[in-house]
Design a binder for this molecule. Structure first.
Ligand SMILES: *[C@@H]1O[C@H](CO)[C@@H](O)[C@H](O)[C@H]1NC(C)=O
Ligand SMILES: *[C@@H]1O[C@H](CO)[C@@H](O)[C@H](O)[C@H]1NC(C)=O
Ligand SMILES: [Ca+2]
Ligand SMILES: [Ca+2]
Ligand SMILES: [Ca+2]
Length: 447
């Protein structure tokens, strides 16, 4: 080198607010300086970074004569030295996230060199974070299947969001949309990242709300604040927590006696609020006298109670039974069924002979008793009301004295020489529709 320079020289510049430190250092005959600027990321191309000429104490002429230019450094392309104005401007988009990621503070450096005499100035540019990223969840939906029997305090860790910005511009908080069942609890991972979990604070009820749609919102602390959202779709899984319930505590029905097999009597109906097999109901007859069990049957799926054997009013005038409804989880309800049997005129009267006297003397006075009969009809009401008469035109009468008892008497004086024997047919007829009758013939001799 052709000239001598002082060993060391300090200069301080306060002209530009962005200048943090300026040291001019004479080292092996080279003037060396250092400037540090701070700029926000994402400034437009051509934006001013700093007045280098002023901050280094160089005039524009010196810059030109010294052919000032940027050398070395990995990030040459970011800045441009405008020697005509002595300023450093942005040359290309500076993305802090791309340049530094999580590292703070973020900066890059390069040298400005001047010749004759040679000067080397070290420039460091600190890139300040701008809140240009919202927190982002990887997925748009979180799917959760949670049993309605999940215990209070059960925890469900949620996906976390990422915000590439740093400091307050990074992820600060999670917020859960308002709901009755869950509260949010936030945690910090060892690496400093934040995640949240939902804690069950009120029991779920599938029967009331089979699906829940919540939102988890991640917010940063930038200005303006940015946020990201993920939908939480919760499917509440069923538990058998409802028993079947009959829609009536008692069913009343009637059935006609002799109704054919398969005749519908009544349909019972229970419902169960649960889903799937927990709500699948089957019906059965329980608690019934064994002689009735064969007469009635229930379809276990439809609840249709129908006739399955001979219904005989004369044996049972009503049936009382219990029907059970059971879900597949074993929960039950029961209901009473009262069935009245309607009588049908299916029994003819019967005639029994209490006494009969034959032969009868021809000098017996009119009104002489020949026989006493008893009639019976198993049916009830009019179906069982019986009237007796004599079929032929004959000199006899039939008279009812006691209920169901009849006496057969002579109506005139008999004459053996004219008629020596009679066939008397007694007809017993009930009052049903159609009526049923029974005949009985008595053979009487006259002596
Ligand atoms: C059972 O009863 C409920 C309410 O009473 C009714 O909504 C339902 O349709 C009934 N089911 C059948 C199979 O009749
Ligand atoms: C109960 O269910 C049965 C069968 O479906 C129906 O006939 C009846 O009307 C229902 N009763 C009530 C009170 O809903
Ligand atoms: Ca349930
Ligand atoms: Ca159930
Ligand atoms: Ca009858």
């Amino acid at each position: 080198m052709a000239y001598q320079q002082p060993l060391c020289k300090w200069r301080f510049h306060f002209g530009h607010p962005r200048v943090m430190v300026l040291i001019l250092l004479y080292f092996f005959n080279i003037v060396a300086g250092q400037i540090r600027y701070s700029i926000p990321e994402e400034m437009k191309k051509g934006s001013l970074i700093g007045n280098v000429a002023q901050d280094l104490g160089l005039d524009l002429k010196r810059l030109r004569s010294g052919r000032a230019r940027i050398v070395t450094g990995e990030n040459l392309q970011y800045t441009e030295l405008k020697t005509d104005k002595g300023i450093l401007v942005v040359n290309e988009r500076i993305d802090r996230e791309q340049l530094c990621g999580d590292v703070t503070p973020c900066s890059f450096s390069f040298e400005i060199i001047l010749e004759t005499p040679m000067e080397l100035h070290h420039i460091t540019i600190e890139v300040l974070d701008v809140n240009d990223h919202p927190p982002v969840f990887k997925k748009s939906d979180i799917m959760l299947d949670i049993s309605e029997s999940a215990n209070l305090g059960a925890r469900f860790v949620l996906d976390s969001a990422e915000d590439p910005d740093v400091g307050v511009n990074g992820l600060q908080n999670y917020v859960l949309s308002s709901n009755d069942n869950f509260v949010l609890k936030q945690h910090v991972n060892p690496d400093g990242s934040k995640y949240a979990e939902m804690v069950l604070q009120k029991q779920l009820d599938r029967e009331r709300a089979p699906h829940l749609s919540l939102k988890l919102i991640a917010v940063d602390g930038g200005n303006p604040q940015r946020s990201g959202t993920v939908n939480i779709n919760i499917k509440v899984l069923d538990v058998n927590d409802n028993a079947p319930v009959f829609n009536q505590s008692m069913y009343k029905a009637t059935v006609i006696e002799n109704a054919v097999k398969g005749t519908h009597i009544v349909t019972v109906n229970a419902t169960d609020a649960d889903s799937g097999s927990n709500g699948y109901i089957t019906y059965s007859i329980s608690n019934v006298r064994s002689n009735i069990a064969d007469l009635l049957s229930i379809d276990q799926v439809s609840g249709i109670l129908s006739v399955s054997g001979p219904i005989d009013f004369e044996k049972d005038k009503k049936y009382e039974l219990r029907i059970d409804a059971k879900d597949e989880g074993g929960l039950t309800d029961s209901s009473k069924v009262m069935i009245e049997v309607t009588d049908v005129n299916d029994n003819a009267p019967t005639i029994s002979v209490m006494s009969f006297t034959s032969p009868v003397s021809e000098d017996s006075p009119p009104g002489t008793t020949i026989g006493i009969i008893n009639v019976k009809d198993l049916d009830s009401g009019e179906n069982g009301q019986v009237i007796c008469r004599i079929q032929q035109d004959a000199p006899f009468k039939i008279k009812s004295n006691l209920r169901n008892y009849y006496t057969l008497i002579t109506d005139t004086v008999l004459d053996r020489e004219k008629v020596s024997e009679y066939n008397i047919t007694v007809v017993a007829t009930d009052a049903g529709t159609p009526p049923l009758s029974t005949k009985r013939t008595f053979y009487l001799k006259v002596s």
